[in-house]
Design a protein. Structure first.
Lengths: 381, 270
């Protein structure tokens, strides 16, 4: 049997997942530490009949991928901090017009130019709140090369299923890390494609949702007589501009509600030993790898410690977190920023639970020992 | 298929001001489109923000109306994703030459096979009459109350200098020429650009002593000269004049053809 194991980089796994999911278009702009995604896709997409283009800026690359998706072609772009800032307006456009597309943000230290090669987790809240208006978003955050591969596929699946942009959050460490992956394990991954309209062109209303609350947008260039307008301005079910109060309320309810209503399908999280835990560590991305190690060490020392990791960061897996920490005395939240994930944890922790931050933002990855030290301290009290 | 059938009756009454000439450009486009007998279902009109950016939504086509200045960026994705689709991009002068200037020069450079039409009304109309990169020197706008002090862009020179392979200018007075140059642009393989001189009596005219829509069209008549005549005039005589006609019409390999060749080459190696 052929050896299907490969040693690959996180960013590379993302490109392989994208092609597996059916992505055939990528537009990007060079930026460290995400550049490998564009570089590899420029080489690999033509082999499967796809296209890559390096656009003139981050804004244009975001626009081009939405344009390609409007034509029915699954599309991806990748960036980091400053580029993620620039992409926000067009990400909001994709959310408002309900165009599926995948945006990768390999986080680096910021704000501004910050440190291009320096790891950080400063975009957790930006991923959710970085745009004007009440803009819904699905955000996924894997923590290993294997998981980057399958989460990239999942990002495309969720984008197509819910007609929404999906942000795949990574960080410099997991983007540049190399691990073994056995692709034969993923041969049967489910691939979801967007649904076609249920009615003919005469009765078609592009922004009239189906029974699941999802719009059925016929790709442009369809040659079947479906003609309509896609626009970021508030629009009624026929897609035309409409600022009537009931239309605004209804469309905002729909684009936000479709994510909220289906959150249990979108949620994915990892949980270890939370049942009897006195201390639970909540973390994401590269830091969660150290956290898992720390939890393991603490158990060996007899301290009842558990681990909770949202893989879907937004919509936040609130109920699963509540369940995981309902009997816990202390929740420790290590993160490589000045405190972002902790706000969400505090929102869902009951009054009896003490929430303790660990914030390292000097560019060094939080080590298991640093988390263990805090767990031992809080356990003494 | 008549031109009337390509206009949405449901879009009336129009959002445009009395005396607006954006419709004359749309009319010229529809007539050229009809003459060339393209398939509407396999055509995408791309546009963005402002008066010119909104007008294509009145047409019964597939219309992708995007963020301010970004129409050409989105259109690039549209055309690369489905090369057999006819793509026409409608923009205002602020849209294409200010906020979207970067996308404009790079779309020209790439020679992507689509048609871009800029409505040059010399003002930001929808937002209330602020100056545009096309407002003439000394022109009054809400952000140039003492007169415009910045030189303006010539869209055609910018397009030609950036590598567009078809560059033309038309205007809302000489409508026969306008229709002819738009037809030439639609028929062209590669990046084609038409700068259409239009009028905005409400925001430009009122502030610049040409509030009367007819006077504004006469102003366009006085500003324009056929390209052949312009070639016989010196720089001083050309001051403030806009030559109309075709400046560039050349054959060059377009971006999708280059992609097709690349795909063949890569897949042969694989």
């Amino acid at each position: 049997m052929a050896d299907t194991k490969k040693l690959i980089q996180g960013n590379e796994a993302c490109t392989m997942g994208a092609i597996k999911a059916g992505a055939r278009f990528c537009a990007s702009y060079p930026i460290t530490p995400a550049s490998e995604i564009g570089e590899i896709l420029s080489e690999e997409l033509p082999k499967v009949g796809g296209k890559f283009i390096q656009m003139e800026d981050e804004i244009a690359s975001m626009g081009a991928v939405i344009g390609a998706s409007v034509m029915g072609v699954k599309s991806i772009t990748a960036t980091s901090g400053p580029g993620f800032d620039l992409k926000q307006e067009n990400i909001a456009y994709a959310a408002m017009t309900e165009i599926p597309v995948v945006i990768v943000d390999v986080q680096r230290s910021g704000p501004s130019t910050g440190g291009a090669t320096v790891c950080a987790q400063g975009d957790l809240l930006q991923a959710k709140y970085g745009r004007s208006g009440d803009c819904p978003m699905i955000v996924l955050y894997p923590n290993s090369v294997k998981e980057i591969y399958k989460t990239t596929v999942r990002a495309f699946n969720l984008a197509e299923k819910y007609m929404s942009p999906v942000i795949l959050l990574m960080d410099e460490t997991i983007g540049h890390m190399r691990e073994n992956i056995d692709l034969s394990e993923y041969a049967k991954l489910e691939i979801i494609n967007r649904k076609c309209p249920e009615v003919g062109p005469e009765e078609y209303k592009p922004y009239e949702p189906d029974k699941d609350g999802i719009v059925r947008l016929m790709p442009f260039g369809n040659k079947n007589g479906y003609r309509y307008v896609i626009q970021g301005m508030h629009h009624g079910s026929n897609g035309m501009p409409n600022l009537a109060p009931e239309v605004l309320q209804c469309s905002l309810d729909r684009i936000n509600g479709k994510i909220e209503r289906h959150k249990e399908d979108i949620w994915e999280w990892e949980e270890i030993d939370t049942d009897d835990a006195d201390v639970v560590v909540v973390s994401v991305g590269c830091v969660s790898r150290s956290a898992a190690e720390a939890v393991h060490e603490m158990r060996k020392k007899g301290i009842k410690t558990g681990f909770f990791r949202p893989i879907t960061l937004w919509p936040f897996p609130d109920q699963p977190l509540k369940n995981a920490i309902k009997n816990t005395k202390v929740v420790v939240v290590p993160e490589m920023n000045m405190g972002q994930l902790i706000h969400i944890v505090k929102e869902y922790a009951n009054d009896k639970v003490k929430v303790v931050p660990i914030n390292i933002y000097d560019g060094t990855v939080i080590m298991p020992e640093q988390i263990e030290h805090v767990i031992e301290e809080v356990n003494k009290k | 298929m008549s031109v009337q059938d390509m206009i949405k009756k449901s879009a009336f009454p129009l959002f445009t001001c009395p005396g607006c000439t954006d419709g004359i450009v749309l009319n010229a486009f529809l007539r050229a489109f009809e003459k060339l007998d393209y398939d509407r279902s396999n055509t995408v009109l791309c546009c963005a923000i402002g008066c010119a950016g909104r007008t294509p939504t009145l047409l019964d086509f597939n219309v992708l109306r995007v963020t301010h200045g970004r129409a050409l960026a989105f259109a690039t994705g549209v055309k690369l994703a489905k090369p057999d689709t006819k793509v026409v991009v409608f923009m205002g002068d602020g849209d294409s030459l200010a906020i979207g200037g970067n996308h404009f020069i790079h779309a020209c450079r790439r020679n992507i096979d689509l048609t871009a039409i800029t409505f040059r009304n010399e003002i930001y109309g929808m937002t209330g009459g602020q100056y545009a990169p096309t407002t003439p020197l000394e022109g009054i706008a809400t952000t140039s109350p003492y007169g415009m002090i910045e030189p303006s862009f010539d869209g055609c020179k910018l397009a030609a200098g950036s590598g567009a392979t078809y560059v033309a200018r038309g205007d809302v007075y000489n409508v026969t020429n306008l229709e002819k140059v738009i037809e030439g642009a639609l028929n062209h393989k590669g990046f084609s650009f038409v700068e259409a001189l239009t009028t905005c009596p409400t925001q430009f005219g009122r502030r610049n002593k040409v509030a009367d829509p007819v006077k504004m069209i006469h102003r366009i008549k006085d500003m324009t000269i056929p390209i052949e005549k312009a070639r016989t005039m010196n720089e001083e005589e050309l001051e403030g004049k806009f030559p109309i006609g075709v400046f560039v019409d050349k054959t060059a390999v377009d971006l999708n053809t280059r992609f097709d060749n690349l795909l063949v080459r890569v897949q042969r190696q694989a």
